[in-house]
Design a protein around this ligand. Structure first.
Ligand SMILES: Nc1ncnc2c1ncn2[C@@H]1O[C@H](COP(=O)(O)OP(=O)(O)O)[C@@H](O)[C@H]1O
Ligand SMILES: [Mg+2]
Length: 458
């Protein structure tokens, strides 16, 4: 990280103070939005405006500009707002992250939520920045140690990879993200908690992430009771903070929980500004919204570092055709699916290996490792296809040697898939190899051990 310039943050904060405020008046209140006259010439889309209703401030974001009027979506219901109430324009389009934010919990505007003072950084950056130039962007990088056996071997995550984490509620998405925040290789972790309930948020920060996880993380959150504008802003703010660290050449891990809540917040905003929810319940701009966010994660260009992104998606049942899941899958380099039946029998992480895919394979692994992965998947699949018959006692041993082996291997593999593996990726493969050897599984074919070893962080 760059050495902090003494007082730079403070100086920036003072310079930004604007003694002159543009003031307008409320001219109309209708359907949850507030029309303000007298500010339209100075405001931009995305600016903040504060309406003083009986002296109490009510803030909101500029949604539309029309002649000399602007349309404001307030952060709370506009109860008590009267015609001619004063409205002040605040330019708060960006966010100014600072290296000192590591270890802190903040709101999407860069204000502290942990009760301690927080300085902003010297430079404000936009919330909706373009991704690095596609032609100049590096390819995905080296394999990262995730601290979890299954993600180290069968579903690897490499530097700059973007992965979706799909599951129903209560199947273990947040717990898995917490584990990655603590254990995965990264210089800085940026966590966006979008639209969680207040209680869940506290539980996540105190119990799941813990003091150790927080030490190297910036947590940006907006709870479910906050306005859709703030919830939507949370994802953008987190990405901007991640870009701040990436631009210093660091390897950033961005965890967003969840993209579904981000899309739902956008739907509320878009419907308030007149868009029709015609894309299976979502406004058409949702696809671009999600893609432009996720595209900002990924490998950097030149001296930049990388943003490895993990985005959680809430799917009802295991409906991967659900619109948000469907849109997201198109931009990702892999998806990890958590399964409720696996969670119910107590195996965590409840990853359904057969339905999950990492697009960094086969390049991320050596030939020998790829063989091991293929063999493992093959026997998991054989077991899966015959599971019903096996459990019902309809399969008689000896009918098929592959099924026999799959049955024998199953408890060992199931145990392996639950392993937290903190040492290294290489060690995770050794463990998997041991499982295979113990059960005398031929890891075909007999290739020279490791030709062209990939550049592995582990
Ligand atoms: N690794 C784990 N070990 C034991 N229980 C877990 C684990 N991960 C999740 N759980 C159980 O599942 C519940 C829901 O997990 P959570 O991560 O909050 O799910 P989600 O974010 O998908 O709603 C937890 O309260 C806990 O009981
Ligand atoms: Mg959760």
């Amino acid at each position: 990280m760059t050495k902090p310039i003494p007082f730079a943050g403070l100086t920036a904060q003072i310079t930004e103070l604007n003694p002159v405020r543009s003031i307008g008046r409320v001219s109309r209140v209708e359907g949850g939005v507030v029309h303000v006259s007298g500010l339209a010439g100075k405001a931009r889309i995305g600016d903040l405006v504060v309406v003083y209703r009986q002296g109490e401030p009510l803030s909101g974001e500029v949604l539309q500009l029309d002649g000399d009027r602007l349309v404001l979506l307030p952060d709370q219901a506009p109860d008590g707002v009267a015609l001619n109430d004063r409205a002040a324009l605040l330019e708060a389009r960006g966010i100014a992250p600072s290296d000192g934010w590591v270890g802190r919990v903040i709101d999407p505007f860069g204000n502290p939520l942990d009760g301690k003072p927080l300085l902003r950084g010297p430079d404000a950056r936009g919330l909706r920045n373009p991704p690095p130039e596609p032609a100049r962007r590096r390819a995905m990088g080296e394999r990262l140690n995730t601290g979890m056996a299954v993600l180290n071997t069968l579903l690897p995550i490499v530097k700059g990879q973007r992965v979706g984490l799909f599951a129903g509620s209560g199947v273990g998405k947040s717990s898995l993200l917490g584990h990655l925040a603590q254990n995965m290789t990264a210089d800085v972790v940026v966590i966006a908690l979008i639209g969680e309930r207040g209680r869940e948020l506290r539980h996540f920060i105190e119990e799941v992430l813990g003091a150790d996880g927080l030490k190297r993380a910036v947590v940006i959150c907006a709870t479910s009771d906050q306005s859709p504008l703030i919830r939507r802003r949370c994802a953008w703010a987190a990405m901007s903070v991640a870009e701040h660290f990436r631009d210093q050449g660091l390897s950033v891990l961005l965890l967003a929980d969840s993209i579904t809540r981000f899309a739902e917040a956008h739907r509320e905003v878009a419907v308030a500004s007149g868009e029709a929810p015609v894309l299976r319940g979502y406004p058409p701009s949702t696809a671009h919204l999600i893609m432009s966010l996720c595209e900002r994660a990924g490998p950097g260009e030149g001296a930049q570092g990388d943003i490895t992104g993990i985005f959680s998606v809430l799917v009802a049942g295991s409906d991967m055709e659900e619109p948000i899941a469907d849109i997201l899958r198109g931009v990702l380099d892999g998806h990890v699916i958590l399964d409720r039946t696996i969670a119910e029998r107590g195996r965590y992480p409840a990853i359904d290996v057969l339905r999950s895919v990492s697009r960094s394979l086969p390049g991320a692994a050596t030939e020998a490792e790829n063989n091991l992965i293929t063999t493992t998947r093959r026997y998991l699949s054989i077991y899966d296809q015959n599971a019903m018959m096996i459990r019902a006692g309809l399969y008689s041993q000896g009918s098929d040697s592959d099924i026999d082996l799959a049955i024998q291997l199953w408890p060992d593999l199931d145990g392996y898939l639950a392993k937290a593996e903190k040492q290294s990726v290489a060690n995770s493969f050794t463990q998997l190899e041991l499982v295979m050897r113990r059960n005398q599984v031929p890891t075909r074919p007999n290739l020279p051990a490791s030709r062209g070893r990939p550049n592995s962080a582990a």
